[in-house]
Write a protein that binds this ligand. Structure first.
Ligand SMILES: Nc1nc2c(c(=O)[nH]1)N[C@H]1C(S)=C(S)[C@@H](COP(=O)(O)O)O[C@H]1N2
Ligand SMILES: [Mo]
Length: 332
């Protein structure tokens, strides 16, 4: 008899295929065991915890009402070639592995998460290592709204209005030393508030990512505090996240607590999980398929419209000069 073991993310009904494939059999089986137990335990505990909280629709936190930073002035340089994704669609289709691997369930598991108060640490090769409250940081930076496309490596896409500051403004504020060549970002570690950090212990929490310094200083790189004209809801990365629209979505780390400037290329979360599938630069490239699916087209969430994938996700004029023209990756 042929016994087929389905990975959790291949279960029928899951819309797109999430990131990980474990080539290491031991780790894969361990993952399955934990995932099974976790789904049962986590499911019942969480149902209990959220029973009185009402439906999770991804609505913005109450403090967003009347926040002086919204609405931020829209930056006209970033026009879209497609309609904005519906806010409720975007808020119910999320990749956020700290909560769950299931995109449609992230928004239902966010109620325990506290995005305030929130300290952000600036460390490494900087003139002055320091900590700042996220609201103070927001007030220290020039806030604007940008309409950006977003392309997940799983071949789904959306178009959303982020509010925030150019990453370059943040980097200048952080005053890195001239020796800094990369900026590493680290997300939160709060297993009591993000259930999958407790359940899926085989991941190397907290989530970590990094950009080259020239990427962080590029005009497109963005530090978002809001979306759709209000604070980020938890599922989109409250209180602050990266947005690098020319790269696959996993580079855009959510809910960061630390920025670290360094002279050596940092490791990254998905590259550590599956090095043959996810690299460091991860620029959107229709010509380089994922080992298990093509990247030639993408599907807009909400409408299911299919579109051809564009090199650098359509942002070549902003970023192509940073990379080699043939590979869209390292300059030769
Ligand atoms: N901390 C953290 N950041 C993350 C992720 C994650 O699991 N954890 N997922 C990434 C992936 S794969 C994508 S596609 C985007 C999804 O962002 P969205 O849910 O706001 O659409 O967030 C990225 N940032
Ligand atoms: Mo993604």
């Amino acid at each position: 008899m042929h016994l087929e073991i389905r990975r959790p993310w291949e279960l029928p009904g899951s819309q797109a295929t999430p990131e990980p494939v474990y080539h290491d059999r031991r780790r894969f089986l361990k993952a399955l065991g934990f995932a099974g137990a976790g789904a049962l335990l986590g499911g019942s505990l969480l149902r209990a915890a959220t029973a009185t909280a009402g439906p999770a629709t991804g609505a913005a936190p109450a403090r967003a009402a009347g926040h002086p930073l919204y609405p931020a002035k829209r930056d006209a340089r970033f026009a879209l070639d497609r309609p904005l994704t519906d806010e409720t669609v975007a808020a119910r289709h999320n990749n956020y592995y700290e909560f769950t691997e299931q995109k449609d369930r992230v928004c239902k598991l966010v109620d325990r998460f506290r995005a305030r108060p929130w300290r952000i640490e600036v460390a490494g090769l900087v003139r002055r290592p320091r900590e700042i409250d996220v609201d103070d940081l927001m007030r220290a930076l020039p806030i604007e709204e940008r309409l950006y496309r977003h392309r997940c490596v799983e071949a789904w896409a959306m178009a959303v209005p982020w509010s925030g500051a150019p990453m370059s403004a943040f980097v200048k504020w952080a005053e890195p030393a001239s020796a800094a060549r990369f900026v590493r970002v680290v997300s939160f570690l709060k297993p009591d508030e993000a259930p999958n950090q407790k359940i899926a212990t085989w991941y190397r929490w907290p989530y970590y990512e990094a950009l080259r310094m020239d990427e962080a200083m590029n005009e497109l790189a963005f530090l978002a505090f809001g979306v759709y004209g209000h604070d980020l809801p938890v599922q989109h990365g409250a209180p602050a996240r990266l947005v690098t629209p020319w790269k696959y979505g996993y580079k855009s780390a959510k809910a960061m607590v630390r920025f670290e400037f360094t002279d050596r290329q940092p490791r990254t979360f998905w590259n550590d999980v599956a090095p043959t599938e996810y690299g460091f630069l991860s620029n959107v490239n229709p010509k380089v398929p994922h080992p298990r699916w093509s990247q030639a087209t993408e599907t807009m969430i909400g409408t299911n419209e299919k579109r051809p994938t564009l090199p650098y996700n359509g942002y070549a004029r902003w970023v192509a000069h940073l990379y080699d023209a043939k590979t869209l990756t390292h300059r030769s």
